[in-house]
Design a protein around this ligand. Sequence first.
Ligand code: BMA
Length: 321
Amino acid sequence: MNNQHAQLFHRNKLNPILTADNWPYPINSVFNAGATLLPDGTTLLLCRVEDRRGLSHFCAARSANGIDGWLIDPQPTLLPDPVNHPEELWGIEDPRITFVKELKKYVVAYTAYTRDGPGVSLAMTEDFHNFERYGIIMSPEDKDAALLPYRIDGNWALIHRPVSAPRAHMWISYSPDLIHWGSHKIMMDARKGAWWDANKIGLSPPPIETPQGWLIIYHGLRQTCGGCIYRLGLALFDLNKPELCLKRGSEWIFAPEELYEQHGDVGNVVFPCGYTISPDGDTVNVYYGAADTSIALATCSIKEMLQWLEQHDSYIKEKVI
Ligand code: BMA
């Protein structure tokens, strides 16, 4: 027995890999990026960029190896459009990208910052140059949303995180057309009390499909006298009935430990919105916002995360949370 805990996430030594200094135009910060692999193997990050008014938009960055050599769009890629979409009055944030084979399009679920708080909006794109907006699909207060890549029993499925103060849980909703949503169900509760994921949890990047189920990296936030700490945990859900939680890890697996994660506009935050999977089919490249200031990269293994969940599953034992 020693005092080492499992290290599932390995930080890239070039971290943070993207900062405001890399930007071709003046910005405050760049963080919480959606990610996908383009057909030619290029990594595309759809970065949340906060401008110097405090409002966010999206800007695409592309790289051949997903680590460096980023080509950043010279201007914002997708700006809020409050004239046609009043729900985007105070900006657009935290995009999560899902490639949907049936539509041959990428669906981006993002936070629209409305006058009455954050809601969930959808947009589609084929090329990350032109976007077709579907508008707001979940009214405030709601965020941390991603679409599953195919229909389940004929319906699209969206994971999201409505707030019913003081607690906020992960929910899933279904839709025949991506516009009308219903059959809302709680997927996973925030725990209570002293837990690292007490009171508020949310989906981090979109689910990872594995033969064992949808592997979910989620964030939990611990409110302390010194402020919040955003950490990451793991859970597994049934492939055909994604509201069914099969396993839930007891401990967090990744936490702010490096200076660039602990200090910034909002310290003690690691917040991934996207990942890519390497050609070996097992290595996951997780892109995370660090302290709401920069973008960092960590790699992990699907096999190791599933094994860890086998050993750290607490869901059944702790039914009373
Ligand atoms: C969450 C989201 C994220 C942000 C995090 C920490 O509620 O709004 O965009 O990174 O808070 O500030």
